[in-house]
Design a protein around this ligand. Sequence first.
Ligand code: ADP
Length: 190
Amino acid sequence: MFNFILFGPPGSGKGTQSVKIAEKYDLAHISTGDIFRKNIREKTPLGIKVQNIIEKGELVPDELLIEILEDAIDSFKGKAGFVFDGFPRTIQQAKDLDIMLNKRNNEVSLVLALEVNDLEIIERLLKRAEIEGRKDDTREVIENRINIYNNQTQPLIDFYKEKGKFKSVNGIGAIDEIFSSICREIEKVI
Ligand code: ADP
């Protein structure tokens, strides 16, 4: 199986590109942010638990991620692999993911980061706020999310570099150009 992690700061375009990658390579797209937002909309027990955390731009506790991921992984049968979008976001989550995949005789194949600077990210997220009205896209919450990304998520770069699985591409430009760069990296590996 091809298990792909699309990595990058909030607003780097992971969601947009993940959908295209999943379609082209017949992968199951797992977006933890989408799963949480769906649960919040449907007011499930999980949704009620995480709503406040997400609106503040904070990270949902790692234990909750494991449960969601196990369910999501097992609900896709017959796909060629996964594209993980928004997960893992902490070293603990990366270790949990390794355990989950190993149990299924699998492993992470490639981690690819979309490189986008802070200024561009803030601009994109503020624009998205006008269009989609996500509660976590206010300037204050955006800054919190970027700080959390820098402190808790960026250390994953070294974690995956040590395993020889980390690559990055420029995340600024036309959606299709960025998609082509991603595909070039994927095709070196599969
Ligand atoms: P973005 O990439 O734009 O920040 P996401 O849709 O990936 O947005 O995530 C939205 C929010 O959902 C995050 O700010 C966080 O509160 C929560 N979340 C999503 N994935 C995770 C995760 N792997 N660990 C902890 N919290 C998460």
